[in-house]
Design a binder for this molecule. Sequence first.
Ligand code: ARG
Length: 458
Amino acid sequence: MSKMWAGRTAGNTSKIADDFNSSISFDSKMYEEDISGSIVHAAMLAKKGIISTAEANSIIDGLSGILSDLESGALEIDATSEDIHMFVEQVLTERIGETGKKLHTARSRNDQVALDIRMYLKKEIDQIVSKIKTLIEALSEKAEENKTTIMPGYTHLQRAQPITFAHHLLAYAMMLMRDVDRLLSCRARMNYSPIGACALAGTTYKTDRAYEAEQLDFDGICENSLDAVSDRDFIVELLSDLSIMMMHLSRLSEEIILWSSWEFKFIELSDSFTTGSSIMPQKKNPDMAELVRGKTGRVYGDLMGILTVLKGLPLAYNKDMQEDKEGAFDACDTAKICLDVFSGMIKTMTVNTDKMAAAASGGFINATDLADYLVKKGMPFRSAYKQSGLIVADCINKGLTLETYPLQSYKQFSELIDESIYEAVDIKTCVEKRISEGGPGIKSVEKQIKLVKEFLKK
Ligand code: ARG
């Protein structure tokens, strides 16, 4: 087929070159943005007297018809087209005749594609943000139910100090809240319109870029036409933000996988979010969490892909940049499905409070509290730390815990210790006494839940 850009060359490219060059298999995702952008462009051309109002109306009617026919299925995307921009313009010209050929005045596919991808990604960000909020809500609801569910907190995956399950879940809520902030600030920087930059150097027509920007819900225009068509930093930024978000989901996935193992049994995932094994009848596998952990690598890959495509490209547009889309779409689609699955998995999991409590009562996670007890009785911390370590070692030798260690034995290490030690090392007291801001104590956790709820209302 002869190309719309035939002229300088005959446009009779080989089939293999056409297939290689074509982006319609993935950029047809942006048909809605492409058509909306073109409608506004036609209106601007008429407003500035570059085409007549009658011509603009005919173009706009034609484009609206294409949009509704694509939506109803009456019009199918032609897989042999070069890209979505060429396809729409071609159908328009077939439908309304010569006037269709006027649409591309004072415009290039370079500013057109830069516009479409920004419009598309803004919508994606809005959806992703709303899905993150749903997950934050699920986490904070589980936290609310588990404000007094004591569990061991870990460092180095060794039992460290007592916390509550609520406190642990809220840590992830905080991370996800920052993910939302990051995405919204990325959206704000993305929200400048490149249309009107044309191929790279603007145009001799008196266009109205600000009008187009405003009609298309942008905060303003990209002020440098070369920058407008050349940079894809907003994709890099979005994929960085999504990578960070996925990294958070991946860490929680890892914990969910551990917690649902026989070794931990802290939680049980619902049957609706687990799978069985084809050979081992006893298995209940946390596939959803594992897949989220795995797909995190895929999103990181998308980020590396775009960074590498852009590195070394001279200004302005280069065809390499057509490679910006698949990774961006993939990262957004992956993030969305992972968030949906995650929210469902969190909402339906059950918490094994007994198992968590049992784990919290082993492992001497109250040893710091023993040291703090001695400090409050007047011993310097470093000495208290040493004595507590010796007491723990003796407990281990004798198969005892700090709760069951006899007072007489305590006294051999320090005369400062009396009956009140048993209250001080009681795991429940250990959590309740952690009253510092941001800690696992009930007041602090309630404050955190309140913050999360306020954030969700915004
Ligand atoms: N399909 C192209 C892309 O995605 C559109 C822009 C083409 N511009 C050009 N001058 N060949 O990047």
